[in-house]
Ligand binder design. Structure first.
Ligand SMILES: NC(=O)c1ccc[n+]([C@@H]2O[C@H](COP(=O)([O-])OP(=O)(O)OC[C@H]3O[C@@H](n4cnc5c(N)ncnc54)[C@H](O)[C@@H]3O)[C@@H](O)[C@H]2O)c1
Length: 352
C-alpha cells in the first residue's frame, strides 16, 4: 500500500496528538506542516520530521506531495480550509466542531459530495475503545431502545481564553467546545435519531473569572483576560423524532463545588455510563446488577482514542469507505448546536 503523505494545518495544542498518531501509523508519513505562527510550525516540523513548512494553508494545499490533511486550526477556518482542501483533491480530517454554523456545515458537505474525497470529522470520543464497545452492544440490541440520555461537563473554572473566548474565531463557548463532544457521543450511541426540536438556555453571568487566585486552569497560548465574548454555561433539552430525548449541560465556569463529568444513557432493557467511567446497568434474575467491563481504561483515554481516529482515517483513505464520523454527522451536530444557540437567544423552543 502506498504511504499517505500528511499535511497538518494548525500546529497548536491538539496537533501534537495528530502528529504523534501519524508518526505511529505505518501507512502515513508527516510530510508538511502549516501554521500562521512560523516558529510554531518550524518547531512541529523539527519534532515530527516534516519536510515542508508553510504559513499559508493555500500553499500547503497546492503542494502535490500532500495526499491528506488534518485541520487543527481555530474553528473559524475549519469550513474554509476543508472546502479548499477537498477542491485541491486532498482527503480531510477536520477537528471538532466541523465548523461554526449549520450553514457553513452544508457548504462543507457539498464540497465533500463534489470531490468524492474522504472527510472525517474529529469526533474523537467515538474512537475511544469503550465507546466502540458500547456502540457494538447498542447495535446488538443489548439495551433495547435507548430513550433517554443525560450528559454533563461542568468546569467550575476553565475558560481557556484566547480564541476559545472570542466568538468570532470559536463560534461559541463551552457548548461548541466541550458540549459538542458529549452531545455527539450520546447521539452516536443512541443510534443517530433525527433531532426535531431544542429548548435551551445560555448564560453569561460570571465572565472568565481571571480574578480567581490559588486555583490554576488551562489557558490558551494567547490568553487575554480582557477578551471574553462567549457564554459561561449552556443547557438544553433535545427531542428526537423517535421520542427519545437528551438533556445536556456544559460550562466554562460555574459556582460549583467541583468539576463534574457524566454521560449516561438509558434503554428499555438496560443502561450504561461512559463518563466518568464505563459501567453497564442491567437486570438478572429479578435483580439489578451493575457490570464493570474489564477494558484497558475505565474512562476516556486521549492517546489511544486519537491513535484509533488517525488509524481509521488512514484505512478509510485506503479502502475508500465512509468513516464512522462522516460529514453528514458533522452537519447534524451543527444543526443541533445552532438550534441550541437559537433557542437560547429567543427564549423558546425551536423546531429543527
Ligand atoms: N478533539 C479534541 O479533544 C480537541 C481538543 C482540543 C482542541 N480541539 C480542536 O482543535 C482545534 C485547535 O485547537 P487547539 O487547542 O490546538 O488550539 P491552539 O490555539 O493551541 O492551536 C491552533 C493553532 O492554529 C493556528 N491557526 C489558526 N488559524 C490558522 C490558519 N488559518 N492557518 C494556519 N494556522 C492557523 C494558530 O496559529 C494555532 O497555532 C480547535 O478546532 C479545537 O476545537 C479538539
Amino acid at each position: 500500500m502506498d504511504m499517505i503523505r500528511i499535511g497538518v494545518i494548525g500546529t497548536g495544542s491538539i496537533s501534537g496528538l495528530h502528529l504523534n498518531a501519524y508518526r505511529n501509523n505505518p501507512q502515513t508519513s508527516v510530510y508538511a506542516v502549516c501554521d500562521l505562527n512560523e516558529e510554531r510550525a518550524r518547531a512541529a516540523a523539527a519534532e515530527y520530521g516534516a519536510e515542508k513548512v508553510y504559513t499559508d494553508y493555500r500553499e500547503l494545499l497546492a503542494d502535490s506531495g500532500v495526499d491528506a490533511v488534518s485541520i487543527c486550526t481555530w474553528n473559524n477556518s475549519h469550513a474554509e480550509i476543508s472546502i479548499a482542501a477537498l477542491e485541491a483533491g486532498k482527503h480531510v480530517l477536520v477537528e471538532k466542531p466541523l465548523c461554526r454554523t449549520f450553514e457553513e456545515a452544508l457548504q462543507v458537505e457539498q464540497a465533500v459530495q463534489k470531490s468524492g474525497k474522504i472527510l472525517q470529522v474529529g469526533f474523537v470520543r467515538r474512537y475511544d475503545a469503550n465507546a466502540q464497545l458500547l456502540h457494538t452492544l447498542v447495535e446488538k440490541g443489548e439495551f433495547g431502545e435507548i430513550y433517554y440520555a443525560k450528559a454533563t461537563t461542568l468546569r467550575r473554572l476553565g475558560n481557556p481564553g484566547g480564541w476559545f473566548a472570542d466568538i468570532e474565531r470559536s463560534g461559541g463557548g463551552p457548548l461548541i467546545d466541550i458540549g459538542v463532544h458529549v452531545i455527539d457521543l450520546c447521539w452516536y450511541l443512541m443510534g443517530r435519531p433525527k433531532p426535531v426540536s431544542v429548548s435551551a438556555n445560555t448564560y453569561r453571568k460570571l465572565g472568565n473569572r481571571a480574578n480567581v487566585e490559588y486555583l490554576s486552569f488551562y489557558k490558551a497560548a494567547d490568553y487575554d483576560a480582557a477578551l471574553n465574548t462567549v457564554e459561561d454555561l449552556a443547557n438544553a433539552l433535545i427531542r428526537f423524532e423517535n421520542g427519545a430525548s437528551l438533556m445536556v449541560d456544559v460550562s466554562f465556569t460555574l459556582h460549583a463545588k467541583e468539576d463534574e463529568r457524566s454521560v449516561r444513557l438509558y434503554g428499555e432493557k438496560g443502561g450504561f455510563e461512559i463518563d466518568p467511567e464505563i459501567v453497564i446497568i442491567s437486570e438478572q434474575s429479578n435483580t439489578i446488577v451493575n457490570i464493570y467491563p474489564q477494558t484497558d481504561h475505565k474512562g476516556f483515554d486521549f492517546n489511544s482514542a486519537f491513535q484509533h481516529e488517525i488509524n481509521h482515517f488512514a484505512s478509510s483513505i485506503h479502502t475508500g469507505s465512509e468513516p464512522i464520523s462522516p460529514v453528514q454527522d458533522g452537519v447534524a451536530i451543527m444543526k443541533i448546536l445552532g438550534g441550541i444557540y437559537e433557542s437560547a437567544a429567543k427564549g423558546e423552543e425551536v423546531k429543527l
